[in-house]
Ligand binder design. Structure first.
Ligand code: HEC
Ligand code: HEC
Length: 299
């Protein structure tokens, strides 16, 4: 109810609910209490179809009437125990969030030790531990496949974790750090600094780095732009920098695509891939297993 700034609405809902139940109760008692007297002729409401089909006003069956009364009392008991009357939290203090947190706590107590026991093991040896890898693959399917794909081969903007090509480095500890802290790629946009022709030139040069076909004279002009603006992050030979997360441009592995269109797009608009941090979300023990699992995919 945090959206409501005044408690009037809470009272309004609570009072309307209680009053409705009480009025319905009185109405039901008044109208429904009428009993069927054996032998008595049921009263007709006066509607007749097909000459002899009458609509009769029989009293409701007893069992049905009693159920109705019981359900009203049940409703009142429920509204007393559980949240339902405006912002009244209910006598039991139950909430969805509370229940969720309780379940997570219980699961952590139950399954925590399964993860914790791997924490003491070195990542490289863990990457050869079949039990840990099985747990790792399950964790990966749950938490990582949305972005990195069910086969961990990634997609445009989401790196392939099965190859030996790493943005930030593929040592086990580096992978663990990536998953713990998250990463933020920061390729600045150059559209405002370099004109369209200059961008096409530097894109031609980028293509030559990985042996893609390119126009040699444009590439020669692009090389100057590259050494002026790009080497700080991508290195003099375009081999990239794990500290910056700047990709190697001299292999033919592309995070955002290696067509002319995609390369020009990367340079003009910049790129900002985000790998979210998982330390608080998953805890170190699970991340440790995941790091070993990811390491095992390419080793
Ligand atoms: C919301 C999408 C998303 C989720 C979920 C996600 N990742 Fe990532 N991950 C990325 C992106 C995007 C990058 C690349 C960041 C960049 O461009 O700098 C990345 C990068 C990485 C890298 C570094 C790759 C390299 O080449 O250095 C690793 C390792 C990794 N993720 C593992 C995981 C694991 C394990 C999980 C599951 C716990 C996970 N990721 C969940 C989006 C995601
Ligand atoms: C401040 C550091 C920095 C500078 C300067 C920089 N880049 Fe980048 N570049 C990056 C990073 C980081 C990425 C990866 C972005 C991501 O992970 O989302 C990247 C990505 C790219 C890509 C996409 C690669 C792929 O695999 O799809 C291309 C192409 C590129 N840069 C070309 C250039 C060119 C050309 C210049 C100079 C005009 C340049 N970069 C300057 C940091 C930089």
């Amino acid at each position: 109810m945090a959206d409501f700034t005044s408690s009037i609405w809470s009272w309004y809902i609570g009072i309307v609910t209680i009053v409705s139940i009480v009025v319905l109760f009185i109405f039901t008692i008044k109208v429904g209490a009428k009993k069927m007297v054996p032998g008595e002729q049921a009263e007709s409401v006066g509607h007749v179809w097909d000459e002899d089909l009458y609509e009769l006003n029989n009293p409701a069956p007893r069992w049905w009437y009693n159920m109705f009364i019981i359900s009203m009392f049940w409703g009142l008991i429920y509204l007393f125990l559980y949240p339902g009357l405006g912002s009244f939290a209910g006598y039991l203090g139950w909430s969805q969030l509370g229940q969720y947190e309780q379940e997570v706590k219980a699961a952590n107590e139950k399954y925590g030790p399964i993860y914790e026991k791997f924490l003491i093991e070195d990542l490289k040896s863990l990457a050869g531990n079949e039990e840990a890898l099985l747990v790792g693959s399950r964790l990966f399917s749950t938490y990582c496949t949305t972005c990195h794909g069910s086969d961990a081969r990634g997609a445009r903007g989401f790196p392939n974790l099965r190859d030996k090509d790493w943005l930030y480095g593929g040592e086990p500890d580096t992978i663990k750090l990536t998953i713990m802290q998250g990463r933020q790629g920061a390729m600045p946009p150059w559209g405002a600094i370099i004109d369209d022709k200059g961008i096409q030139n530097v894109a031609e040069y980028v293509k030559t780095l990985s042996g893609l076909s390119a126009d040699p004279s444009l590439a020669a002009a692009g090389q100057k732009t590259f050494s002026q603006f790009c080497v700080a992050c991508h290195g003099a030979e375009g081999k990239g920098s794990p500290q910056m997360g700047a990709p190697n441009l001299s292999d033919d592995t592309w995070l955002y695509g290696g067509s002319n269109k995609r390369i020009v797009e990367s340079i003009t608009n910049g790129r900002a891939g985000i790998m979210p941090p998982h330390r608080d979300f998953l805890g170190e023990a699970k991340v440790h297993i995941l790091a070993a699992y990811v390491y095992s995919l390419s080793n």
